[in-house]
Design a protein around this ligand. Structure first.
Ligand SMILES: Nc1ncnc2c1ncn2[C@@H]1O[C@H](COP(=O)(O)OP(=O)(O)OP(=O)(O)O)[C@@H](O)[C@H]1O
Ligand SMILES: [Mg+2]
Length: 298
């Protein structure tokens, strides 16, 4: 008979082996000599197929580095990084990325921006015209899903920030990537547009069964979207703790007021504060206000 702890350990090992994305003892450094710094220290993380994982942590803790490494845009110095059973050695069509600043082609219409990567693939891989037609159908469907059907022929410059980001997400989804890597994709949006985008991305996650890794500064956003929240700490960049979100897969905005949501938010915020090494310097603020008062009386 197996001991419960052993069973748990075996379960964890199993999850590690069956992971869609698996980082084992991943190290990454930047710079040389005295300016060499450790951006990722022995990162171990297994992400299951169709899981939605969010990465949070103080500025500079390595969230973007980890995401870009999984995306194949950065190399790692040691350890193992495997996506879908294959070692990552560069970017690939199986991993789409969305960044905070949507990089749409300003000279192409919305629909052509969405179809662009597919067109390129058709062009370079000599696909049949049936492929092009199927791609057109998907582009239209994605456009409608994003609520952008009415602006298909507009240019990016004619759209609001939220609309442009929806175009960027539709473009990323165009090739049905099994993995979607998002780096603060809603960071520049207003609060209301963000809420709409949250429900949209959760819908896409359910519908397309994508595995999503999502970086954010916003703990509430991380808890609302993620099934697990990975908290990273800086200097050296590392995983501090991993928190399972105690909410089912169907989320609604009022869940943000649930006691277990608020309790986890408080715990994660406190941990980020503790690991950031930053705190409000009340003494310095006091000095500044005294200096300002002196200036005014002069
Ligand atoms: N190309 C680079 N060259 C040198 N150092 C880098 C480079 N990219 C990142 N770093 C350093 O690596 C560390 C981690 O950076 P990273 O951008 O991954 O942090 P982050 O958690 O995404 O921060 P933020 O929340 O501010 O976006 C930081 O100290 C940063 O200065
Ligand atoms: Mg970053």
């Amino acid at each position: 008979m197996s001991h419960p702890e052993h069973a748990q350990a075996a379960g964890a090992a199993d999850a590690h082996a069956q992971a869609h994305i698996r980082c084992s003892g991943l190290w990454k450094h930047y710079g040389r000599g005295p300016s060499r710094m450790t951006a990722l220290q022995a990162v171990d993380l297994a992400i299951a197929p169709n899981e939605f994982v969010t990465l949070v942590g103080a500025s500079g803790c390595g969230k973007s580095t980890l995401l870009r490494t999984i995306g194949g845009l950065e190399s790692h110095d040691a350890g193992e990084l495997v996506v879908d059973g294959r070692a990552v050695d560069g970017p690939g069509p199986d991993r789409a990325m969305v960044f905070q600043h949507y990089s749409l082609y300003p000279w192409l219409t919305v629909i052509d921006n969405i179809k662009f990567s597919r067109r390129l693939a058709v062009h370079t891989q000599d696909r049949s015209s049936a492929d092009v037609e199927a791609a057109s159908g998907r582009a239209d469907a994605l456009l409608r899903l994003m609520g952008l059907g009415h602006v298909a022929h507009a240019y990016p410059g004619q759209l609001s920030g939220g609309m442009q980001q929806r175009v960027a997400i539709a473009r990323a989804l165009m090739s049905r990537p099994p993995v979607l890597l998002m780096d603060e994709p809603f960071g520049a949006l207003d609060a209301q547009t963000r809420e709409v985008m949250h429900d949209l991305i959760l819908h896409v996650h359910r519908l397309e069964r994508t595995t999503i890794v999502f970086v954010t500064h916003d703990v509430e956003e991380a808890l609302y979207l993620g099934q697990r929240v990975v908290l990273m700490a800086p200097r050296p960049g590392r995983i501090d703790s991993i928190h399972a979100v105690p909410l089912g897969p169907r989320r609604s905005q009022d869940m943000k007021l649930a006691p277990e949501f608020v309790a986890l938010k408080r715990e994660v915020l406190a941990r980020i504060r503790a690991t950031s090494g930053l705190q409000t310097d009340h003494e310095l603020l006091e000095q500044l206000s005294q200096a300002a008062t002196l200036d005014q009386t002069r």
